[in-house]
Design a protein around this ligand. Structure first.
Ligand SMILES: Cc1ncc(COP(=O)(O)O)c(C=O)c1O
Length: 437
């Protein structure tokens, strides 16, 4: 009997569509640390890894009544398709929220999205062809890097220090792209309480970054989900407040209200806004009416600013617990950033240690973090890790840091006994990044 090798080999493959996927799916890979995180979510492990907002303080009974009222009074609107740009009333309220950061905007220029994550996706979709350059801070938000990879962009990192993005590094990145004949489509930046670096862009640097944008005709994508979560200060002035034509601003209700609502937005120059609405329509037809109306009535009828204040106080207490524990327990040579808001501390291990290689040992010691390499498009950051203080209680945070410090001590002992086990990477910010502390 004649054999049919091709068919047979296809059927025994794990994924019979493997040779049919679009080339852009090559960038869509599951994180190699995902399996470890399954272990890390066990209750005995203190997870300093996840960036989930801690919404245990939300008034769920009140929200339940709001749902009931919304369905009773506006049920057919809430259950129906809506405008691709978003509910007009909510867009007006979003303008009031942005006014807290000095932004004067018209609701016509706001596009509601499915979380700010979708806004990053839509902006990239309308601007980037494969091979186009996006400049990102080093490190940068892992979810945005995933989007840039999915659209086959080339990410060029620009360094940060304790005052956020270093303007000279931005100039260098622009010059390098120009010298290579590459087109920079935009700068992606998180100016406030950075994920993962925990730092914020200083006032003088905000001006300088905008000057550079004007000089180089550079579009800036300002991603600001944590802007209202500063611990000791009024909200900082947004880049968009001083430059309407060159900045696309992204906001979100995920950290100030509830991520499950999946409502964010983009504020864009008029022409860009039109393209974003078209992209939104082809992506989802419209953002969810139900969530938008819920958020709208929450903003109109509840003390949402009071709730944000409570969130800030809860996160500040957790930040303090983490910083105190790090100060008390971490071995010499370890450095970390001191966040003034948001969820994250960026920690740099003593020279020669590798956060990714160390992770299985940390999980065995019942503590988890995210290795720094997850936040780079180019495999740098191995000496660093992101620690989140947003979710565990202060006591658990201290216990997590105690376990982590013990693992780092062990690694240092191993290194003293057997020498440097990990390869030393050449780029300057992979040696102890004291600038970032
Ligand atoms: C910097 C940054 N941008 C965007 C997002 C996405 O947020 P969402 O889609 O929930 O608005 C996150 C979530 O953690 C984030 O940290």
């Amino acid at each position: 009997m004649q054999q049919q090798p091709a068919r047979h080999s296809r059927e025994t493959r794990l994924d019979m569509y493997v040779d049919r996927y679009a080339s852009r799916t090559r960038g869509m890979t599951a994180s190699e640390i995902r399996a470890l995180f399954a272990v890390a979510s066990r209750p005995e492990v203190v997870s300093l890894a996840g960036g989930m907002p801690n919404i245990s303080g939300l008034p769920l009974d009140t929200i339940g009544s709001m749902v009931h009222e919304l369905v009773a009074e506006h049920g057919t609107e809430a259950m129906q398709y809506g405008s691709g740009q978003g509910v007009p009333m909510l867009r007006e309220q979003i303008c009031d929220v942005m006014a807290l950061e000095g932004i004067e905007a018209h609701p016509d220029d706001v596009v509601v999205t499915v979380g700010s994550q979708q806004a990053v996706d839509l902006v990239t979709r309308i601007f980037c062809d494969p091979g186009d350059v996006v400049i990102c801070e080093a490190p940068s938000y892992v979810g945005a890097l995933g989007v840039f990879r999915a659209y086959e962009c080339e990410v060029v990192h620009a360094e940060m220090d304790a005052d956020g993005l270093v303007p000279a590094a931005l100039r260098d990145a622009l010059a390098a792209a120009a010298a290579a004949g590459q087109r920079v489509k935009f700068l992606y930046t998180i100016p406030n309480f950075h994920n993962p670096a925990g730092v914020s862009l200083s006032e003088p640097r905000r001006r300088e970054v905008l000057e550079i944008a004007r000089e180089h005709d550079l579009l800036v994508l300002e991603d600001n989900p944590y802007g209202l979560l500063g611990f000791d200060e009024e909200p900082r002035r947004a880049l968009r407040a001083d430059e309407a034509e060159r900045v696309v601003y992204l906001g979100s209700f995920s950290k100030t209200f509830a991520p499950g609502m999946r409502v964010g937005w983009a504020l864009a120059p008029h022409a860009v806004r039109e393209k974003l609405v078209l992209a939104q329509e082809s992506s989802t037809l419209c953002p969810p009416s139900f969530s938008q109306l819920m958020i709208s009535s929450y903003l109109a009828g509840q003390d949402w600013m009071g709730q944000v204040k409570q969130f800030r106080e809860m996160y500040r207490e957790r930040r303090d617990a983490m910083l105190e524990a790090l100060d008390d327990l971490m071995p010499d040579g370890t450095t970390w950033t001191v966040p003034a808001g948001g969820f994250y501390v960026w920690l740099t291990l003593p020279p020669g240690l590798d956060a990714k290689a160390m992770l299985p040992r940390a999980v065995t010691a019942r503590v988890a973090y995210v290795p720094g390499t997850a936040f780079y498009a180019d495999e740098f950051g191995s000496q660093c890790m992101r620690l989140s203080y947003c979710y565990p209680t202060p006591e658990r945070i201290r216990e997590g840091v105690r376990r982590l410090a013990a693992v780092v001590e062990q690694e240092l002992d191993l290194r003293a006994t057997f020498g440097v086990a990990t390869k030393v990477q050449p780029r300057s910010y992979d040696t102890p990044n004291t600038d970032l502390t």
